[in-house]
Design a protein around this ligand. Structure first.
Ligand SMILES: C[S@@+](CC[C@H](N)C(=O)[O-])C[C@H]1O[C@@H](n2cnc3c(N)ncnc32)[C@H](O)[C@@H]1O
Length: 241
């Protein structure tokens, strides 16, 4: 997924889901204010510039297929797209036979997601406050949503993932690779933003998950492709059964 664009309610009727709980709106909003405000601003342009997975590399799409197969191998299909944004990845997850819902801290991104996918349930939420009860999810899909998380907070994220996933449940995280953060003031055709983006190392994400009781199934970093300017990473891990 190109970092490079920086410059630039209802349950799904087909899928009976376990019990969900939505967090209080104010709580999530307070936690991610500057980030969610920025994404509120760019939501419509984001959807226009990145409408689908055409920016994803073949390797990324293969990793998503791998994740979906691992989820299905648990015997369940219930997945939360955490940091779903405009819901761009929802059709891909449905195509893989997953029963998907989404959450995001940005009401603006969620509004686009709900408009685009009226049959899918979307709630406010974040990686540290996933709107699901304990042991409710067979999979968590976190596609470039950890890019606004300070690496020092990865332990908190891993603990929350361990809370919501069933034993044996699977998580995938995609992110830009590096060891730094940057302040993004211009993105998706907008200026005057104040959005901090973090790069991560795959082994550090894997270590945080392992400390929370996960087994690492994949921890990869690859060179940039196409319009990407940074290396890209993917970690897939399974909660201990
Ligand atoms: C680059 S977009 C990716 C959106 C979507 N996953 C996609 O691939 O198109 C980053 C998304 O992560 C969300 N986000 C930011 N901080 C988050 C957090 N702490 N937890 C979950 N999502 C977050 C943003 O609101 C935004 O929608």
């Amino acid at each position: 997924m190109p970092s490079e664009v920086w410059g630039a309610q209802s349950c799904h009727p087909r899928y009976p889901l376990r019990v969900w709980c939505a967090p209080a709106v104010d709580r999530v909003k307070r936690m991610d204010d500057s980030v969610s405000d920025a994404y509120d601003t760019v939501a419509e342009s984001y959807a226009a510039l990145l409408p689908d997975t055409s920016a994803e590399s073949a390797a990324d799409l293969a990793a998503i297929a791998e994740f979906a197969e691992l989820v299905r191998s648990t015997g369940g299909t219930t997945v939360m797209d955490v940091g779903c944004g405009t819901g761009r990845m929802i059709p891909t997850l449905l195509d893989h036979g997953l029963a998907v819902r989404g959450c995001d801290p940005s009401p603006g991104m969620l509004a686009v997601a709900r408009r685009t996918h009226p049959d899918i349930r979307f709630d406010l939420g974040s990686l540290t406050e996933i709107p699901a009860t304990d042991d409710a999810l067979d999979g968590v899909f976190a596609w470039y949503s950890v890019i606004h998380t300070d690496p020092d907070s990865l332990g908190e994220v891993a603990a929350e993932l361990g809370r919501v996933l069933v034993p044996g449940g699977v998580v995938v995280l995609a992110f830009q690779v590096g060891n730094e953060s940057r302040l993004i003031e211009n993105a998706y055709g907008h200026s005057g933003l104040a959005l901090t983006a973090w790069t991560h190392r795959a082994d550090r994400i894997a270590r945080a998950l392992e400390a929370a009781g996960f087994e690492t199934l994949r921890s990869t970093e690859r060179a940039p492709e196409g319009r990407e300017r940074l290396p890209q990473g993917i970690v897939i891990a399974r909660r201990a059964a």
